[in-house]
Design a binder for this molecule. Structure first.
Ligand code: ZN
Length: 217
């Protein structure tokens, strides 16, 4: 959703630059190019080619990767005779059972609910924007995606794991589990999904569908 943007009749969109407030008559970049403010050089819109196709493929990949990332061990460590394997969920469970209720809720939200929600919402948006009946739910899903986007902190969680790996490697034997590789891949896919998703192609697709429907009627 571009700031200060509105749709006019036909395919014309106006846009106000978010840096200098210059009003531009044509607010959308041509496919594969970016729109730059002629006054302050701020990038106003990127229009990657086939944005929705890439977003759909990447969010499905993210959903598939989520299953092993959440269920397989991320780290396993052994100190003397004591050994344990840690998954995404039992880390949250341990925090909860130790009485860190807010912390466990926050970790669960930032490392599980938000990334998973993002992938599900984007899959729904990419599929749903071709159906007239789903216009309102798709618009709501895009808004929810913008709220959730800030909360998906897989990279922070990954950094925490790496710090633990380095710090605790002196105390005993630490090994990276298969889940960690899937988690790292999911983190990369989540960032690529954020980069590839262009909400304006959703609005443009909806507008084009409406125009076609009006032309037929
Ligand atoms: Zn500007």
């Amino acid at each position: 959703m571009g700031f200060g943007q509105r749709e006019k009749s036909g395919e014309q969109w106006q846009r106000a630059c978010h840096e200098c407030d210059l009003l531009l008559e044509d607010g959308l970049a041509p496919p594969g190019q970016k729109l730059v403010c002629p006054r302050c050089d701020a990038i106003l819109h990127r229009n990657p080619r086939r944005s929705l196709h890439y977003t759909a493929a990447l969010s499905l990949t993210g959903l598939v990767l989520f299953v092993p990332a959440a269920s397989l061990p991320l780290l396993s460590f052994s100190i003397f005779a004591f050994g344990a394997e840690n998954t995404l969920f039992n880390g949250v469970q341990t925090l909860f059972s130790e009485g860190y209720y807010w912390m466990s809720t926050l970790v669960l939200f930032c490392s599980v609910v938000a990334p998973l929600g993002k992938f599900i919402l984007l899959c729904f948006v990419c599929w749903g924007c071709t159906w007239a009946l789903l216009d309102r739910p798709v618009a709501a899903a895009v808004r929810w995606y913008h709220h959730l986007k800030e909360w998906g902190m897989l990279d922070v969680y990954m950094l925490g794991i790496l710090v633990a790996l380095v710090k605790m490697s002196d105390l005993g034997k630490m090994e990276m589990g298969a889940g960690l590789y899937c988690f790292a891949a999911m983190m990369v896919v989540a960032n690529l999904t954020t980069l590839s998703f262009d909400p304006e192609s959703v609005w443009a697709r909806m507008a084009a569908r409406r125009r076609r429907a009006e032309a037929v009627a």
